[in-house]
Design a protein around this ligand. Structure first.
Ligand code: FES
Length: 111
């Protein structure tokens, strides 16, 4: 089981769930009500599943493929620890994972 914490774009906790090994982070996020569209359903064609992984958890994930890196280059609000949630599978070895939703257009209202 992996304890997955989802943060909103401001870094505040919005959901915390336990998910079994083998699950895709995108599916876990959507089940937890996170605003990730995942439009291409993991075909690496959309980048709407972009998340920012907590720095302390980033190294525990297998590195991104070249294709994932290329797609991330096109995503908005990319950071050094950005990943595509459809490309992350939880494993037994991964005890915890914290990811933040990237800033989105609706957060630019100045509130
Ligand atoms: Fe489209 Fe991840 S769901 S790239």
């Amino acid at each position: 089981m992996t304890r997955v914490r989802f943060l909103d774009p401001r870094g505040e906790l919005s959901a915390e769930v336990e998910a079994p090994a083998g699950e895709r982070l995108l599916d876990v996020a959507q089940a937890a009500g996170q605003p990730l569209e995942g439009t291409c359903e993991g075909q690496m064609a959309c980048s709407t599943c972009h998340v920012i992984v907590a720095a302390e958890d980033f190294a525990a994930l297998p590195p991104a493929s070249e294709m994932e890196e290329d797609l991330l280059d096109l995503a908005a609000h990319v950071s050094r620890t950005s990943r595509l949630a459809c490309q992350i599978r939880l494993t037994e070895a991964l005890e915890r994972l914290t990811v933040r939703m990237p800033g989105a257009a609706h957060d630019m209202t100045g509130r």
